[in-house]
Design a protein around this ligand. Structure first.
Ligand code: NAD
Length: 481
């Protein structure tokens, strides 16, 4: 597998001729290479995007939408290839890639193809005196930087609104999972995008990513990734007055009250804990359970989790695959060690493992789904993002206590509340310091809704018209009557 950059409609290696290795986390083996791009490649990509901007921004939204829809058609046509590539690159079960990642990538493109045709701006009449109308202009060349956990899903979630709104894009997928974005880049011309409208660069965040966000012609940066990277990007872009959207880390709580639908809460908490090996920013990594049902819920959760077996991600029956890299596996294992030092009891999992009877996968990066009990709410394991198949479980006595524990971290991305008390559901949702709150469900997504976090989980909102507002600048025109 050889990944290439897309610049000015051409598939190219990095100018400097350097490469990075591509690893299959299910085997721990190198299976390809990607360009180690640098500032030189950024300059070329930004130049090509700047050249394309005048014409693309003047292209009617309906025509831009047609390009996005044709790209969506190509994603659909190649869904099997993309699912398999995503699974190989990331370690996620192919069944998950085929059911969630790739269909959602297609949906993102179609959603913004449609949304831009319904996007409108405001008019403010000053009776008898003047009329104001607001133009919404595309920004120019924008940077879209995405992480490895939902590679094509989050990549398209950014480029679709940026392109729909009339911007030209230089996008950088994660160097850990670049393959599906590369496959997409091979279809951009066929979809009808003029050369230079969408450029895709591969390489290290600290090299090509850094050069991209610093480039003077980049008008805005839409970033999803870790909080420390987000803080660094903010420090680089703020003095240059670039528009910035940051979707960052989380430490989400799942709050389970004793009046919940027990089986539903249990089954969904299994998913919200361990889907994608716990590597979804919205996963609930702190499970808070009302004391009266704590033992019953804990025992049922542990019993179900013990039955989870890691398997070959490429096997359609596998529900739990590999974590994304050796470094990430080691980081997760370090947190499990820390949990023991902090006084936690490992109720299940807690170790690395390999799929049973699967020769060839011994070198892969697998962790047994892990539940930890007995930790204080304010210890490091309960405060820092682990981003793996590791959850903590703790009892609470009152609603106030649950809310206070949930709000105790520096993060504020999402929360899940399980109760059949309608008034409590509204009350607790409003009190939670998060950008998203699910009641009696998890990861139920309507793409029109605002998506994002508060506190150290980010700045700004994606989704719906929010993303189109981010990728445009308003200009008020006042006409005297
Ligand atoms: P990361 O911050 O290491 O990398 C994200 C992207 O930024 C990659 O493409 C990387 O190459 C690039 N990058 C790294 N350093 C850079 C720099 N100095 N300048 C410019 N770009 C740079 O994050 P990750 O490990 O890939 O992803 C995991 C993190 O993403 C977790 O913290 C997770 O919570 C978060 N995440 C958040 C959301 C959300 O919507 N809030 C969604 C998914 C993942």
């Amino acid at each position: 597998m050889e990944v290439l950059n897309l610049i000015q409609g051409k598939l190219l290696s990095a100018k400097g001729g350097e490469w990075l290795e591509l690893t299959d986390p299910s085997k721990g083996k190198v299976y390809g290479r990607l360009p180690r791009s640098s500032a030189e490649d950024v300059n070329l990509a930004v130049k090509s995007a700047s050249k394309a901007f005048k014409s693309w921004s003047a292209t009617p939204p309906g025509e831009r939408a047609a390009c996005l829809n044709r790209l969506a058609d190509l994603v659909k046509k190649n869904a099997q290839l993309l699912s398999s590539a995503e699974s190989t690159d990331n370690g996620k079960p192919i069944s998950l890639a085929a059911a969630v990642d790739i269909p959602r990538a297609e949906k993102n493109l179609r959603f913004y193809a449609s949304a831009v045709q319904h996007f409108a701006s405001e008019s403010h009449a000053m009776e008898g005196e003047a009329i104001n109308y607001t133009l919404r202009k595309p920004l120019g060349v924008v940077a879209c930087i995405s992480p490895w956990n939902l590679p094509l899903y989050l990549f398209t979630w950014k480029i679709a609104p940026a392109l729909a709104a009339g911007n030209c894009v230089v996008a950088k997928p994660s160097e850990i999972t670049p393959v599906t974005a590369y496959l997409l880049s091979t279809w951009v011309k066929e979809a009808g995008f003029p050369d230079g409208v969408l450029n895709i660069l591969h390489g290290l965040g600290t090299e090509v990513g850094d050069a991209l966000v610093r480039h003077p012609k980049i008008a805005a940066v839409s970033f999803t990734g870790g909080t420390a990277t987000g803080a660094h990007i903010a420090s680089v872009t703020a003095p240059r007055f670039k528009k910035l959207s940051l979707e960052l880390g989380g430490k989400n709580a799942a709050i389970i009250f004793d009046d919940c639908d027990f089986e539903d809460a249990l089954a969904t908490t299994m998913r919200s804990s361990f889907a994608n090996q716990g590597q979804i920013c919205l996963c609930g990594s702190r499970i808070l359970v009302e004391k009266s049902i704590y033992t019953r819920f804990r025992d049922a959760l542990v019993s179900k989790t013990k039955k989870m077996k890691v398997g070959d991600p490429m096997d359609p029956k596998t529900k739990t695959g590999a974590v994304v890299s050796k470094e990430h596996r080691d980081k997760i294992l370090d947190y499990i060690t820390l949990a023991k030092e902090e006084g936690g009891t490992i109720l299940c999992g807690g170790t690395q493992t390999t799929p049973e009877n699967q020769p060839g996968l011994e070198g892969g990066y697998y962790i047994q789904p892990t539940i930890i009990e007995g930790l204080k709410y304010d210890c490091a394991v309960n405060q820092q993002e682990i981003f793996g198949p590791v959850v903590t479980i703790q009892p609470f006595e009152t609603e106030e206590e649950a809310v206070s524990i949930a709000n105790s971290t520096e993060y504020g991305l999402a929360a899940t509340v399980w109760t059949n008390d309608l008034k409590r559901a509204h009350r607790v949702a409003a009190e939670l310091e998060t950008g998203i709150c699910w009641v009696n469900c998890w990861l139920l997504r309507d793409l029109r809704t605002p998506f994002g976090g508060v506190k150290n989980s980010g700045v700004g909102r994606e989704g719906g018209f929010d993303a189109l507002r981010f990728f445009t600048e308003s200009q008020n025109v006042c006409i005297k009557l």
